[in-house]
Design a protein around this ligand. Structure first.
Ligand SMILES: Nc1ncnc2c1ncn2[C@@H]1O[C@H](COP(=O)(O)OP(=O)(O)OP(=O)(O)O)[C@@H](O)[C@H]1O
Ligand SMILES: [Mg+2]
Length: 276
């Protein structure tokens, strides 16, 4: 980054801080900077500050998850609630692998070859996909805002703690949960026209108190007409079958499951990968 730009951003951050101070808004500034300082670029921090200034949240109070492609934080809001903030790394190492999920999606035809432009599309894609899930009543975090590489969404908790991943919690009624999740995967495909693309017990949160589940992490989800949609759907179904079989559920055979969702038989070459 040029010195001029860096200076400009520093000045903007100072201005924002001053404005925020003037409004007597409490920010745990040290905390926030410590959390985001090392991993994120100046522009990311600038957007976070402007979000605080707009009242989207009050302060980032902790990290939920730090991963290769994104970090997820929780933040307090001004109405004493909380939001989850997913910040995609501009320097994500799997940049090349990520491209296959965007190419072939008419919604993102003009994808920039530049990393920052691409990650921006990636964040927007997750936002739009979350909107689609909500429209079709598929349990998932409600999307609130997306700006550049930052996605703000509903924070999923049991009222006190963040919800655990399904893989770390034993469901109350595993057989019923298997069916309930598969019903939603069918709606996701048939009505929302989406294939998750990374669906497994790692991307489903589960609330033991209420027996509710939530599908998360839909940045890589693709439309059903994506060239690899069938392959991704099979992989998703296989992941879920493996998890549920592992906890004693009598799962439906993969090809039957695929046909029930898709309405037609799976390509024998594709399915042979899973029938060893
Ligand atoms: N809306 C949310 N509410 C609460 N927790 C969340 C929310 N979204 C994500 N998380 C938590 O953050 C973790 C990472 O989120 P997500 O799966 O969307 O990102 P990811 O790209 O898979 O990150 P990673 O590279 O770490 O796998 C989840 O496993 C979950 O524990
Ligand atoms: Mg994930």
């Amino acid at each position: 980054m040029s010195d001029d730009l860096s200076e400009f951003i520093d000045k903007k951050i100072d201005d924002l801080n001053r404005k925020v101070d003037k409004n007597r808004i409490r920010i745990k500034e040290d905390n926030m900077l410590k959390l985001v300082e090392t991993v994120f670029d100046d522009k990311t921090r600038l957007i976070l500050f402007s979000m605080i200034n707009k009242g989207i949240f009050k302060s980032i109070t902790g990290a939920i998850s730090t991963g290769k492609e994104a970090n997820v934080y929780y933040a307090d809001t001004f109405d004493n609630s909380a939001v989850a903030i997913k910040i995609f790394r501009i320097d994500a190492p799997s940049f090349k692998k990520m491209r296959q999920y965007v190419e072939g999606d008419y919604r993102f035809k003009k994808v920039s070859g530049k990393r920052s432009g691409f990650i921006e599309v990636w964040a927007k894609k997750e936002f739009k996909n979350l909107q689609r899930l909500k429209q079709h009543d598929i349990p998932s975090p409600k999307p609130i805002l997306v700006e550049r590489n930052i996605l703000v969404m509903e924070y999923l908790s049991d009222g006190e703690y963040v919800l655990p991943l399904l893989k770390d919690s034993y469901p109350i009624k595993p057989n019923k949960l298997y069916k309930r999740i598969m019903e939603k995967v069918k709606i996701l495909y048939r009505d929302a026209k989406l294939v998750h693309g990374d669906l497994s017990a790692y991307n489903i949160l589960y609330n033991k108190d209420t027996d509710e589940f939530f599908i998360i992490d839909v940045s890589q989800s693709v439309l059903e007409d994506h060239p690899k949609a069938d392959e991704f759907l099979l992989r998703d179904l296989n992941n879920l079958n493996n998890y549920f079989a592992g906890i004693g559920v009598n799962t439906i055979e993969l090809n039957k499951l695929y046909k029930w969702i898709r309405g037609e038989e799976a390509d024998p070459i594709l399915i042979s990968k899973y029938l060893i």
